[in-house]
Design a protein around this ligand. Structure first.
Ligand code: NDP
Length: 320
């Protein structure tokens, strides 16, 4: 089978397509024929060494496909079944071993590429909108990178809850997409804090969802109302350096969290209930999953360059 391997950490040039033997599923594992693999920012962190990766390794973590074979002890899945997953190392490949506990059945109303496109970013948007902050009708939220993969989904979920959304983007074309996803107002990053105050009568927004990190963090804090919540959930521009917690005091008893998906899908029940809700909204036409780019496996370097070069919108998929 063909797979995208990394032998040393570095830029997109370390991504190499190789031929590897098809693995045998061990106890609790399922072998899946991959139809689409999700390209996520975390893959770039692992590729470049920001997050540890035991090398050599096949990159990728998310995808959707058909069950090919079951390992010993696996129940509840059958060969040919449509499935998706958010965390199976080695997903940039024609076949991958997925722990059965990570596999989610994909219902008839959802296409496999859509399932691959929504799992990681959709689950992230889901926990951010439902649990990280108690969003209700009238909540004011600032969503950075509003035309990105997570950004478009998060904006839609916030709007389903009746929130007001101020989004940031870098180009007019991206602004149009953010607005189409429901954002009430869209501005360039430099205007975010001032606009947040204008829109809220000087008070500040209730919650900031910041995935850009290094470049936006300080400004994001000043967009918040007293006792507002800063959800720093990524570092597309680089990681935020060490932070003096006294600033939270000075800026109005702010809350700061650095959430991660694993903490919000700790049990299989939690994984399935969030996924069921996402798939239900997609099937009902209430959640639009935008695939902004598809790449054949040999073009994987271009996918990473485009994502990190801010040339993309929505979700990127690798098609093995
Ligand atoms: P996006 O599609 O959002 O791509 C990143 C976007 O960030 C770009 O398109 C760009 O939009 C914006 N951006 C702003 N500044 C920069 C910069 N200096 N370099 C690159 N991009 C920049 O990616 P994803 O939706 O895949 O992921 C978004 C973030 O969410 C990532 O940081 C990721 O790590 C994080 N994440 C966190 C999770 C968690 O649970 N904690 C789970 C999933 C993702 P524009 O051109 O409009 O500025």
């Amino acid at each position: 089978m063909r797979a995208v391997q990394v032998e040393r950490t570095g830029g997109p040039e370390v991504l190499t397509v190789v031929d590897l033997p098809t693995p045998d599923p061990g106890p609790g594992q399922v072998l899946v024929d991959v139809v689409a693999a999700g390209v996520n920012y975390i893959d770039t962190y692992r590729r470049s060494g920001v997050y540890p990766l035991a090398l050599p390794a096949v990159l990728g973590s998310e995808g959707a496909g058909h069950v090919a074979a079951l390992g010993p002890g696996v129940e509840g899945f059958a060969p040919g079944q449509a499935v998706a997953w958010k965390e199976a190392p080695g997903s940039y490949a024609e076949q991958v071993l997925v722990p059965a506990g990570e596999l989610v059945p994909v219902p008839d109303g959802v296409e496999l590429p859509t399932a691959a496109a929504v799992l990681l970013q959709g689950l992230t948007a889901h926990y951010l909108a439902t649990d990280t902050y108690p969003v209700t009708a009238g909540t004011w939220a600032l969503v950075h990178a509003g035309a990105g993969g997570v950004g478009l989904l998060l904006t839609q979920l916030l709007k389903l809850k009746g929130a007001h959304v101020l989004a940031t983007v870098s180009t007019p074309a991206k602004a149009e997409l953010a607005r189409a996803a429901g954002a009430d107002d869209v501005v360039d990053y430099a205007q975010a804090s001032a606009r947040a105050r204008e829109l809220t009568g000087g008070r500040g927004v209730d919650v900031v969802y910041d995935s850009v990190g290094k470049d936006t963090f300080e400004d994001s804090l000043t967009a918040l109302r007293p006792r507002g919540l800063m959800a720093l959930f990524g570092g597309s521009s680089g990681q935020v350096p060490p932070f003096d917690v006294q600033r939270l005091n000075a800026l109005g008893s702010l809350f700061l969290t650095r959430p991660t998906l694993a903490s919000y899908t700790q049990t299989r029940e939690e994984l399935l209930s969030r996924t069921d809700e996402l798939f239900g909204w997609i099937a009902a036409g209430r959640l639009d999953v935008r695939v902004g780019g598809t790449y054949p496996l040999p073009d994987v370097r271009r996918a990473h360059e485009d994502l990190q070069g801010r040339r993309t919108t929505g979700k990127l998929l690798l098609l093995p």
